[in-house]
Structure formats: structure tokens, C-alpha cells
Design a protein around this ligand. Structure first.
Ligand SMILES: Nc1ncnc2c1ncn2[C@@H]1O[C@H](COP(=O)(O)OP(=O)(O)OP(=O)(O)O)[C@@H](O)[C@H]1O
Length: 307
């Protein structure tokens, strides 16, 4: 495995009797854009607050950039974070907010401030007070403040909330540039899987405080394949017949279902091949790939598991 930026092990968090996080373990590798997905109240912000030391760790362990969180962490200076809403000085302009940030961090020349303003697309607003920025512009300024000190790891809590579709696309492009050009590892949360799908390389899905799934983008794509789903009486024999007839690729899903991963699979030919081989084909259905369906199914499974 590549270098690890963050390791979270068996983290619980209680607020009184309420358990907001339940044995959460996950790892974020260097260069990942890790999408943390979860519905409202799933525990995303709570986890990010623990990671950045904004909230005290109760049980479990969090290691960030080689240091345990909570031990006078020097690594915090290498982390940029926007959690909940960005902390802005409302009466100061965009440029002045960045200047204050540069002074606080002892880092960030005027040239770097100007470059950051351009990078986040706020050049036209550099002299506008924060209180007069739109929601999307505030998010951009928040990102600017987080990246000015050149962090190695960026933690962004729901940064695309409230952005319009163009804003979302531009924000994604900004994150991809940061990741690819400046090699920043990013943790980004959202309650909508489709929003993070385009930008993330790995995903963790939190549900009622439990991490129910962790997977790479390739694994997500595989689990979410479009194709022709066939219901048969004998999947092993069906698989042999499909192989012999070069009807590939396919995936045996369970005891009665096989997914033929071809968008325009010829159902008539497949039916003929299988029936001639003695298979009882009970059903054919085209399965469209839909991240929403995948996510909903995952949440239903998780609900079923706890019942
Ligand atoms: N300080 C607190 N005291 C009591 N309960 C809290 C506190 N902070 C969070 N919670 C509870 O913990 C749970 C997780 O909250 P959290 O803010 O982490 O969710 P989230 O996944 O970020 O949700 P959202 O998408 O709505 O921002 C919620 O049920 C919330 O009410």
C-alpha cells in the first residue's frame, strides 16, 4: 500500500447516552481524494472534528501524518480544514481575509495570496467584504484560506453544499488540480454519493455512525455495472455455457443471478444459447447503472443487518 496519511482505528464518540460514532476505522492513503458519504446525522462532521482536534477523542486512535491526534500535534500545521462553515472575518475583504491567514500561519507572501485568489476564482471579488459574498464565493474563500499555507492534507466538510451545478463542477476541478498539481491528499464529505463520485478516488460510507463500506472508485464501478441480469436455475452451468459462447464479461451475483456486463447484450442470442444448453431461464432484465440505486441498496442492507 502507498504511504498512509491518516489511520483511524476503532473510534467511538458519545454525546451523553447518544453514540454518534461506532467503532469507525478507515485509512486514507497519500494522494487519495477520499469521499466520506453519509446522510444527515451520519457522523461525518463529528469524525472530522475529532481528526482536527476540535473535539476530544474518547476511545480509539487517530494517526495523522505520522502523529497521534491529541499529542500537541505538530501535524495540524500541515492540515487545512474547512469544517461546517468557513470561519471568515466578515468585515474584511477577500484579500484581507487571506492576509490575516498568512500572518497567523507565518506563511504566504503577497504573490501567494494573489495566486490563491486567482486559483479559487475570486479575482473579481478580491476587494469585496466577506459578508457580501454569495454562498459559493464563501466556500471558495474558505478553500483559499485552507490551501494558502500549502497543506499536505485537506479536510473539507460538505464544501459543495449550496453550490449551483456550475459551481459544483468548478469546485471539483479545483480539488482535482490541487490533488494532481500540488499532490494534496483530500478528505471531502457529502450526503450525496453522486456529487462525490466524479472527484473521489476512494469512498467511505457512514451510516448512523458506523462505516458500512469502504471501497475504491474501481470497486464502486464494478459493483454498479450496467448490463443484462439473468435469473437461472444453475449459475455454474450457465457460466460455463456463457464462457464457451464467448458471451463475456459476466459476473455471478448469487445462487440464481448472473450479470452480463455488456450495455447492448443480445438477449435473444443469450436466451437461445442457454436454453439449448438445458438451462431454465426465469427472467431477463436490463440493469442500468445508478449510483443512487447502489447507495440506497447499501443503506437498506445496513438497516436490515441491524434489525
Ligand atoms: N455536540 C453534540 N451534542 C449532542 N449531539 C451531537 C453533537 N454533535 C453532533 N451530535 C449528534 O451526532 C450525530 C452526528 O452528527 P454530525 O454533525 O457528525 O452528522 P453529519 O454526518 O455531519 O450530518 P450532516 O450531513 O447533517 O452535517 C447527529 O445525530 C448529531 O445530532
Amino acid at each position: 500500500m502507498s504511504e498512509t496519511i491518516c489511520t483511524i482505528k476503532n473510534v467511538d464518540k458519545h454525546f451523553g447516552h447518544f453514540q454518534a460514532l461506532n467503532h469507525v476505522s478507515l485509512t486514507i492513503g497519500k494522494g487519495d481524494i477520499y469521499g466520506l458519504i453519509g446522510e444527515n446525522g451520519a457522523g461525518k462532521t463529528t469524525l472530522m472534528r475529532l481528526m482536527t482536534g476540535l473535539s476530544p477523542l474518547q476511545t480509539g486512535d487517530i494517526e495523522l501524518l505520522g502523529e497521534h491526534v491529541g499529542h500537541a500535534s505538530r501535524s495540524l500545521s500541515r492540515i487545512g480544514a474547512v469544517i461546517e462553515s468557513p470561519a471568515l472575518f466578515e468585515k474584511l475583504t477577500v484579500a484581507q481575509n487571506l492576509k490575516v491567514c498568512a500572518i497567523q500561519h507565518g506563511q504566504g507572501s503577497q504573490q501567494e495570496i494573489d495566486e490563491t485568489i486567482a486559483f479559487v476564482g475570486l479575482t473579481a471579488k478580491r476587494n469585496t467584504k466577506a459578508k457580501n459574498l454569495s454562498l459559493g464565493q464563501r466556500q471558495r474563500l474558505g478553500l483559499g484560506l485552507a490551501i494558502l499555507p500549502h497543506p499536505d492534507f485537506l479536510i473539507l466538510d460538505e464544501p459543495i453544499n449550496g453550490l449551483d451545478p456550475t459551481g459544483i463542477m468548478e469546485f471539483r476541478a479545483l480539488l482535482q488540480r490541487l490533488n494532481q498539481e500540488q499532490h494534496v491528499t483530500i478528505l471531502i464529505s457529502s450526503h450525496i454519493l453522486t456529487e462525490l463520485y466524479q472527484v473521489s478516488t476512494r469512498f467511505g460510507i457512514l451510516h448512523h455512525g458506523t462505516l458500512i463500506k469502504e471501497l475504491t472508485k474501481a470497486e464502486l464501478d464494478e459493483a454498479n455495472q450496467a448490463g443484462l441480469l439473468i435469473t437461472v436455475d444453475d449459475t455454474a452451468k450457465t457460466a460455463r455455457l456463457l464462457d464457451q459462447a464467448h458471451i463475456t464479461p459476466f459476473q455471478v451475483q448469487d445462487r440464481t443471478h448472473i450479470l452480463i456486463m455488456q450495455k447492448d447484450a443480445d438477449a435473444g442470442l443469450i436466451n437461445h444459447t442457454l436454453v439449448s444448453g438445458g438451462i431454465v431461464v426465469e427472467d431477463f432484465s436490463h440493469r442500468a447503472s445508478s449510483l443512487e440505486d447502489y447507495y440506497t441498496h447499501l443503506l437498506q442492507e445496513a438497516e436490515g443487518a441491524v434489525k
